[in-house]
Design a protein around this ligand. Structure first.
Ligand code: BDR
Ligand code: CA
Length: 315
């Protein structure tokens, strides 16, 4: 079973990703970061989700702001609390007595060669951990990221939210030389819950499914208002799925760089997909030299069915 640490900013889709990972993987810890809401809110939400799921997983609080500039939040998508739409239980679990950056380093050292770090929010915590402990490059098995896009962004035409919130951090992670698996909006925005899926959760008599149904109904309504999407995209669980069900997302190996300077394109993930287009010869070697597996397609319906079954299995 894959050992995984999830760095997150819950967030509706983060919530589902956490509950999914706790059932299928060896979830060694959770670290929190600014992003969908303030650090205070995302940390409270992570603890409340542990309470909801009856989970006893260490949670460490991380960075409140990006490496450069101020934090950006997404209340128009996730509400004021970062997880609006349901009343979550008060957390009884206490935070671990370590900063997220130190916690990531400790876990990587303890599980050398085995640990996957999943970053499903802005990448500030992991970038600082890499800066503080360069041996992470040897210790980590792999990094899996929800972030970026091979096509268009969501905050700007070019930039996806997690990368937009801390482009410098993302650039450091992609440039670290550690194998990275990136699933971006090109796949995740098409992989989500329909209102029928939400109803399926709601029709269960189980408490967790009922709370998740309320959360996703709120999130679906916000997706409709903001993007005209009739789907509640499960961006973040897409970064976790490959370790439980490896055949549901198809990846291609290549290079990814993060644009830091562009007036219009800051935060864009520049994925070299030239080798994937028929008739192109030049960059084939370049693509093979890359250390990023970029998600190209998903079995979206099957993936969401696995997620629904997992949520329904909670009490
Ligand atoms: C990403 O941004 C957040 O709003 C979601 O939780 C996801 O991690 C999608 O752009
Ligand atoms: Ca997230």
């Amino acid at each position: 079973m894959t050992k995984i640490l999830i760095d997150c900013d819950p967030g509706h889709d983060d919530a589902v990703a956490l509950l999914f990972a706790a059932r299928h993987l060896d979830l060694v810890g959770i670290t929190t970061v600014h992003g969908n809401s303030s650090l205070e809110n995302t940390t409270h939400n992570a603890l409340a989700l542990m309470e909801l799921g009856g989970l006893d997983i260490p949670v460490a609080c991380g960075c409140a702001a990006p490496l450069v500039g101020n934090a950006t939040f997404a209340p128009h998508i996730h509400g004021k609390s970062g997880l609006d739409g349901a009343t979550l239980p008060q957390p009884s679990l206490k935070l671990v007595d370590a900063h997220a950056v130190d916690f990531i380093i400790d876990q990587a050292e303890r599980h050398r060669g085995e640990l996957v770090v999943a970053v499903i929010g802005p990448q500030t915590n992991l970038a600082l951990a890499l800066r503080r402990e360069p041996r992470l490059a040897q210790w980590l098995r792999e990094i899996t990221v929800m972030g970026g896009s091979t096509t268009t962004g969501n905050v700007t035409p070019a930039a996806e939210f997690n990368i937009y919130c801390d482009p410098e951090a993302a650039a450091a992670v992609f440039a670290s030389g550690i194998p990275v698996r990136m699933v971006g909006l090109n796949v995740t925005r098409r992989t989500g819950f329909t209102s029928a899926d939400v109803d399926r959760l709601r029709s269960s008599s189980r408490r967790v499914a009922g709370v998740i149904a309320d959360l996703l109904a709120f999130y679906l309504a916000r997706q409709r208002e903001s993007f005209g999407l009739d789907l509640a995209p499960m961006h973040d669980v897409c970064a976790i799925i490959p370790y439980a069900f490896p055949d549901l997302i198809r990846y291609g190996q290549t290079t990814v760089q993060v644009e830091l300077g562009g007036a219009l394109t800051r935060g864009m993930t520049v994925c070299d997909l030239r080798a994937f287009h028929p008739g192109t010869r030049l960059p084939a070697q370049l693509a093979q030299d890359g250390h990023v597996q970029v998600a190209l397609e998903a079995e979206s319906r099957l993936l969401i069915d696995r997620v629904i079954e997992t949520i329904l299995a909670y009490p």
